[in-house]
Design a protein around this ligand. Structure first.
Ligand code: FES
Length: 173
């Protein structure tokens, strides 16, 4: 049974500043808890103040030099930008890999694309053919940047899979 009836077991009338070992450990624990809670609040407030726009990747990005990008034909997935980059005979086009249902990343399959989340399917052009996806997969505007690199602008889209091809040898009119 504690000698004194307070949480730190300290004599409230004593002039002696010494505290018991138990009281010291209790204070230490309480202090650690306060620091932990303070850090949690601090991080959540900072996260709230930091604008989401800063976390969104820029809409324009570089694919690379034409001689590198167009060196071989095929379709490759860019996980950072979540796009499929397709090259064929010196042309390139870029299509989103983001499912139009709830934003999962689709997989390229034999028939086109399939979303692993809720089963949406798209044909090889990206037209939605099944599942809950309400819209097709768009193509992004591809152009040659001032530095000579092939660039992609994700803010400009098209559903015309023929017009989506970009050939750096053909001047844009
Ligand atoms: S997110 Fe692709 S089907 Fe739901």
């Amino acid at each position: 049974m504690p000698k004194f009836r307070n949480s730190l077991n300290i004599d409230p009338d004593s002039k002696d500043p010494k505290i018991s070992r138990r009281a010291f450990l209790a204070l230490l624990g309480a202090g650690a808890c306060l620091i932990g809670v303070g850090q949690l609040v601090n991080f959540s407030v900072l996260g709230f103040l930091y604008p989401n726009a800063m976390k969104i990747p820029p809409s324009v990005f570089a694919l690379g030099r034409p001689e590198e990008v167009l060196s071989k034909d095929g379709k490759v997935f860019d996980p950072k930008q979540k796009v499929f980059v397709e090259t064929l005979g010196g042309k390139v086009r870029v299509q989103t890999a983001v499912c139009t249902h709830l934003g999962c990343t689709v997989n390229a399959v034999e028939t086109g694309y399939a979303c692993p989340c809720h089963g949406s399917t798209y044909d090889r052009h990206g037209l939605n053919t099944g599942g809950p996806a309400p819209l097709p997969l768009v193509y992004f505007h591809v152009f040659k940047g001032a530095s000579g690199e092939i660039m992609v602008d994700k803010s400009k889209t098209t559903l015309d899979w023929n017009a989506a091809w970009y050939n750096p040898q053909v001047p844009v009119v």
